[in-house]
Ligand binder design. Structure first.
Ligand code: ADP
Ligand code: MG
Length: 446
C-alpha cells in the first residue's frame, strides 16, 4: 500500500509546514507522486521550470522529509507531466476570469466551522455577500497563515455570485500581474472597465501589492471607483492595515474606512470540531482520543491541523495499522520541529546558525546585550532550541546564558505569535531551519 502517491501526499503535508506559503503554492502544490521503484521515487511537476527549481533548491529538504515519512532514503526524480490541456501562451496572458472554477469547491460557508477565533470574520464576510457596500466597506480580514482567510473570501465570492452579483476574486499577486500586463499591452482602459463594473471585488493577500508603487496607485484608483459606486470590497492580509508594508499612506487610510476583523488561531474546541468534520468528510473512522491528540498538538493554524490529520491517516495506511493513540503519537512525533526524527540539534549549532542569520556573534546571543536586534536573535534561538530538542525549559535557559525557564517560555510564545504576523520573520526562521536541516543531514552517518 505504499504507493508513490500516498507517500508524496504525506510528504507534502510535512513540506507545507516547513516552507512558506507562497513557496509551497508556487513549487509544491501542483506536484504528485508518480511511481516508486526500489529506492527511487518519481514526482510529477507541471512544467520544467518547477522541476528544475525543486531539483536544485529543494532536493535536500525533500529527501530529508521523505526519510522522515518512509524511514528509507529515497532518490527523488522530478518529471514533467504535461497538463491535459497544454496552456497556450495566449491563455497564460488572459486576465482573471469570473468563472465559478476560480473558487475552490471545498471553500464554502457550509464547510467553515465557526468558533470564537473566527466568529466575527465569518459574520462579516457573510453579510458582505449581499454586495452594495451596505455594511462595512471595505471589509478587511487579517490573520496569520492557514487560519481560513482564503476559505472565507472564496466562500463569499461564490455565494455572492450565486446571489447574482458580478464578482471578481483575485489574489494580490494576480491583481499585480493583471495590472502590469494591462500596462504592457496598453489596455489600461479595458482593465479599468473590468474592475470598476463589479458589485464585489475580493482581493486575497493584499499585502502582496505593498512596495510596488504603480500597482498600489492603480489599486487606490480602483478602490475609489468601486467605493463611490457603493460596490463591496473585501480584502485579506497577513496583518492589520496599519502593519502593511504600503508605500501609499492614503491607501492604508482607505483600508480602515470600513471594518477590520482579525482571525485568531483556533481554540481547542474549534480545532476539535474541524478535525471531526474533516474525518467525517474523509469517511475515516478515527477514535475521539486520537482527534484529541492531534488537536492538542497542532495549535498554530488550521492548515497545520489538516496536515497533522493527513499525516496520521497516511501513517496508518502505510503501516497498515489501525489508528490508535500510540500510532498518532508516533506519526506526530516530529511535528513542529523538522529536525530528523527524535534527533535533537545541538544547542550550539542552533545558536551559531541564528548568529549567522542575524549577523551577530554567538557570544552576544548568550550574553547580556539588550539592543533590539540581539534580543530578537536570542528569542529566536530559544524558540528554535525548544522546538528542536526535548530538553526542559530550565536546561535551555541555563545553556542560553543562565536565563530563567520563564524567559525561555516567554521567548517561545512570543516568537510563535510573531511568526504568524510577520512574513519577514517567518522567512528568516525558515531559512535558518533549512540551514540546520541540511547541516544535520550532512552530519548524520547515512
Ligand atoms: P489562509 O488563507 O488564512 O492562509 P486558508 O483559507 O487557506 O488559510 O485555510 C487553510 C485550510 O484550513 C484550508 O484547507 C481551509 O479550508 C481550512 N480552514 C480554515 N478555517 C477553517 C474553518 N473555520 N473551518 C473549516 N476549515 C477551515
Ligand atoms: Mg490564503
Amino acid at each position: 500500500m505504499r504507493s508513490a502517491r500516498e507517500i508524496w501526499e504525506v510528504a507534502l503535508g510535512e513540506l507545507e509546514l516547513q516552507v512558506n506559503k507562497p513557496n509551497f503554492n508556487t513549487w509544491l502544490a501542483k506536484t504528485t507522486g508518480l511511481t516508486r521503484r526500489e529506492n527511487r521515487i518519481t514526482i510529477s511537476t507541471p512544467n520544467a521550470f518547477v522541476a528544475e527549481y525543486l531539483d536544485t533548491n529543494q532536493r535536500s529538504l525533500i529527501e530529508k522529509t521523505l526519510i522522515n515519512v518512509t524511514g528509507a532514503s529515497l532518490e527523488v526524480v522530478f518529471e514533467v507531466v504535461s497538463a491535459r490541456q497544454p496552456a497556450s501562451p495566449a491563455a497564460k496572458n488572459q486576465p482573471p476570469r469570473q468563472g465559478r472554477s476560480a473558487f475552490n469547491p471545498r471553500y464554502t460557508f457550509d464547510s467553515f466551522i465557526v468558533g470564537g477565533s473566527n466568529r466575527m470574520a465569518h459574520a462579516a464576510t457573510l453579510s458582505s455577500t449581499k454586495g452594495s457596500g451596505g455594511g462595512y466597506n471595505p471589509l478587511f480580514i487579517h490573520g496569520g497563515v492557514g487560519l481560513g482567510k482564503t476559505h472565507l473570501l472564496m466562500a463569499t465570492g461564490r455565494l455572492a455570485q450565486a446571489n447574482g452579483l458580478k464578482v471578481l476574486y483575485v489574489s494580490g499577486e494576480q491583481f499585480t500581474n493583471d495590472f502590469i500586463r494591462s500596462v504592457r499591452e496598453k489596455q489600461t482602459e479595458e482593465f479599468r472597465t473590468r474592475y470598476r463594473s463589479l458589485d464585489l471585488l475580493l482581493v486575497d493577500d493584499i499585502q502582496f501589492i505593498g512596495g510596488k508603487r504603480q500597482t498600489e496607485e492603480c489599486f487606490f484608483h480602483t478602490f475609489n471607483e468601486l467605493h463611490q459606486r457603493n460596490s463591496q470590497i473585501v480584502l485579506s492580509g497577513d496583518c492589520p492595515p496599519k502593519g502593511l508594508p504600503l508605500l501609499e499612506d492614503r491607501l492604508r487610510s482607505r483600508f480602515v474606512w470600513g471594518l477590520s476583523v482579525a482571525i485568531q488561531p483556533p481554540e481547542l474546541k474549534t480545532r476539535l470540531a474541524i478535525l471531526k468534520a474533516r474525518a467525517e468528510e474523509a469517511k475515516a473512522d478515527i477514535p475521539a482520543a486520537v482527534l484529541g491528540i492531534i488537536a492538542r498538538k497542532a495549535k498554530r493554524s488550521i492548515r497545520e491541523l489538516e496536515g497533522s490529520l493527513n499525516r496520521v491517516v497516511a501513517y496508518a495506511r502505510i503501516l497498515q495499522a489501525p489508528i490508535t493513540a500510540a500510532l498518532a503519537h508516533r506519526a506526530l512525533a516530529d511535528i513542529g520541529g523538522p529536525a530528523g526524527q527524535n534527533e535533537p540539534t545541538p544547542m550550539g549549532q542552533v545558536v551559531d546558525a541564528v548568529g549567522d542569520s542575524f549577523k551577530i556573534t554567538a557570544a552576544d546571543i548568550i550574553g547580556r546585550r539588550r539592543d533590539k536586534e540581539t534580543a530578537l536573535a536570542r528569542q529566536v534561538a530559544m524558540y528554535l532550541v525548544k522546538q528542536r530538542n526535548s530538553c526542559s525549559l530550565s536546561d535551555i535557559g541555563r545553556e542560553m546564558g543562565g536565563r530563567s525557564p520563564a524567559t525561555v517560555s516567554h521567548a517561545y510564545e512570543k516568537i510563535s505569535r510573531d511568526i504568524e504576523n510577520s512574513a519577514h520573520l517567518r522567512r528568516k526562521i525558515t531559512e535558518i531551519k533549512k540551514g540546520l536541516n541540511s547541516s544535520s543531514r550532512a552530519a548524520s552517518p547515512k
